[in-house]
Design a protein. Structure first.
Length: 261
């Protein structure tokens, strides 16, 4: 093997080592943390991290680096580190059996400048209630979904402010809360109450309710929702009948995540 080829292979190995350095115990790392955990120099670690940021596999707030769901494209490394879909699956099954509606888990992907999406990482469907088919990896704009609003409400305030200041939301239905000011007020309410109901804002006839999932450090890592057709449940029934079951499901997921860690 030529010296150039050997260097290319070493570069690939080092880049993969940077990705593997993120796990359940280290979901967020500084440049110094990555250099220490991989054995790379700070200069090399910075070069690989910035390359991964440019390619969309890592995001940063300028100090901390985290993996993005795009790492799913590299053999599901992101989900393997997180362990969330496997942990959540049996609890979602029980939740769906109890409420007789579809349930999903999603994570947040994006940044304040380009915007945020929710990415589905686990799902137990019942009947199809949307015009689009939802599968693992499906994305929706975060601002218009119950899981997205739960996750947005948990962002650090500077990042959330930058996102909302630059947001030009599209009204997807006549019910969509599309103004940045109204959306900010809604996120404040979600943060205070610990759950979110979205009523036909993503698609006419679709209602959903979501709550956050916290990791072992207390950070909001994901969200779980139950979605239903508007003809089946009104928003009051979602709160009274579904929310207690949803919160019990998430409490069980969080307990298993702590045990798995």
């Amino acid at each position: 093997m030529s010296e150039e080829r050997r260097e290319q292979v070493r570069s690939l190995a080092r880049g993969l080592a940077v990705i593997r350095s993120f796990d359940a115990d280290r979901p967020q790392q500084t440049l110094a943390d990555v250099a220490r955990s991989t054995g790379l120099t700070r200069a090399a670690a910075r070069r690989f991290l910035l390359t991964l940021v440019d390619e969309g596999y890592v995001r940063t707030d300028g100090r901390l680096f985290t993996l993005t769901p795009r790492v799913l494209e590299l053999g599901w490394s992101y989900l393997s580190a997180m362990g969330l879909p496997e942990v959540a699956a049996p609890h979602l099954e029980r939740l769906v059996a109890a409420v007789r509606d579809s349930a999903s888990v999603s994570v947040l992907d994006g940044d304040p400048a380009s915007g945020y999406d929710v990415v589905y990482v686990a799902r137990v469907p019942t009947s199809r209630i949307m015009t689009v088919t939802i599968t693992i990896g499906t994305r929706f704009p975060a601002y218009v979904t119950s899981m997205g609003r739960v996750l947005l409400a948990a962002l650090p305030q500077p990042a959330l402010d930058r996102y909302l200041d630059g947001l030009r939301p599209e009204a997807l239905t006549e019910h969509t809360v599309a103004g940045p000011g109204a959306l900010r007020a809604e996120l404040d309410r979600v943060r205070a109450e610990g759950y979110c109901v979205v009523d036909q804002e993503l698609e006419a006839g679709l209602r959903s309710i979501a709550v956050p999932v916290h990791d072992r450090t207390g950070r909001v890592a994901a969200a779980v929702n139950v979605s239903t057709h508007a003809s089946r449940r009104d928003t009051a029934t979602l709160r009274s009948e579904v929310l207690p079951e949803l919160r019990a499901c998430v409490a069980a997921i969080e307990l298993d995540l702590r045990a798995a860690g």
